[in-house]
Design a protein around this ligand. Structure first.
Ligand SMILES: Cc1cc2nc3c(=O)[nH]c(=O)nc-3n(C[C@H](O)[C@H](O)[C@H](O)COP(=O)(O)OP(=O)(O)OC[C@H]3O[C@@H](n4cnc5c(N)ncnc54)[C@H](O)[C@@H]3O)c2cc1C
Length: 277
């Protein structure tokens, strides 16, 4: 049995959707490379999206004031998270790569996938204040977003009506995936498949299939390193003055988020940068 595993967290309601076709291409291509591909089909599983007290088995540490993050951290530690969360956590633990496959909803993931993130990526299991970003718990794993849109590519340019796609992707890619330590691979974006001719849609799937052949070996996106920041509340988790100084003469900021009031580094969240500073 293959011991190399890829997890696809998949959110689409329809078996005939373009998202389903994209998922199936990934399953086929990665299986041919010897990966065992596990799919968490969230709608089919009727995956619970809301983070509630039911996610904790047994007594609460503080029944007077329910704090989901605190309680799930303790429950994870004691093995008292609900079965559906634990099952997903085991899949993440075993996977070398996690692919999130979804249609873009409101510049983000569908609620059911956001619920997966809220509930599965619990404190202790996925992050701690000591283990975050490039020191994160999943620093030896890769993750990526693969999604469809209704928008065209030009609508998500810096001068397009929706604004820069790099800014739209920052919360998910930096704030969730990289925060948990994942090396984030460049996203696979399928622009507006519903309004493209069949020949274009077929070409998109072929391009995805070709990318999958080298996906695991791809270099990940560039993020600021933890060691560049003063890592305590006293230091405010701010960029160290000497690091700030080093970047002073650069035309571009460090990343989409750490722009330092400068120009945003072009396509920082969708393409691997040539310089690695
Ligand atoms: C609540 C909500 C919020 C949204 N927010 C946004 C947003 O913020 N930004 C944005 O851009 N969009 C947004 N959308 C639109 C949404 O992202 C798109 O509708 C979705 O991405 C389209 O992907 P799909 O898989 O559903 O396409 P589908 O409609 O399922 O597929 C498109 C076409 O591909 C065909 N197809 C299926 N399989 C294949 C195959 N193997 N080969 C070739 N063709 C095939 C299908 O038959 C169909 O004709 C939102 C939608 C909703 C409901």
């Amino acid at each position: 049995m293959a011991d190399k595993k890829v997890l696809i967290v998949y959110a689409h309601q329809s078996a005939g959707s373009f998202n389903a076709a994209v998922r199936d291409v990934a399953i086929k291509e990665l299986s041919e490379q010897g990966y065992q591909v596990i799919v968490s089909d969230l709608y089919a599983m009727n995956f619970k999206a809301n983070a509630t007290r039911d996610d904790i088995i047994g007594d609460l540490k503080n029944p007077d004031l329910f704090q989901y993050g605190e309680e799930t951290m303790h429950a994870w530690n004691d093995g008292r998270l609900s079965d559906d969360i634990m099952a997903e956590q085991r899949k993440v633990e075993e996977a070398e790569l996690v692919i999130f496959q979804f249609p873009m909803y409101w510049f983000s993931v569908p609620a059911i996938m956001k619920g997966w993130m809220d509930r599965v990526l619990t404190q202790g299991f996925a992050f701690s204040l000591k283990n975050m970003y490039d020191n994160g718990i999943f620093k030896n794993k890769k993750a990526m977003l693969s999604f469809t849109t209704a928008a065209t590519e030009s609508m998500f340019r810096p001068n397009g009506i929706n604004g820069d796609i790099n800014i739209a992707l920052w919360p998910l890619q930096n704030g969730t995936l990289h925060f948990c330590g994942f090396q984030v691979l460049a996203p696979q974006i399928f622009w507006n498949p519903a309004h493209r001719p069949i020949v274009d849609r077929t070409a998109m799937l072929e391009k995805w299939s070709a990318r999958l052949k080298g996906l695991i070996a791809e270099k990940s996106l560039t993020y600021a390193k933890c060691e560049w920041f003063g890592l305590s509340f006293e230091q405010g988790f701010l960029l160290r003055p000497e690091v700030q100084e080093e970047h002073e003469s650069n035309v571009y900021g460090i990343t989409t988020g750490h722009h330092l009031g400068k120009l945003l580094p072009p396509d920082n969240q969708i393409r691997v940068q040539v310089t690695d500073k």
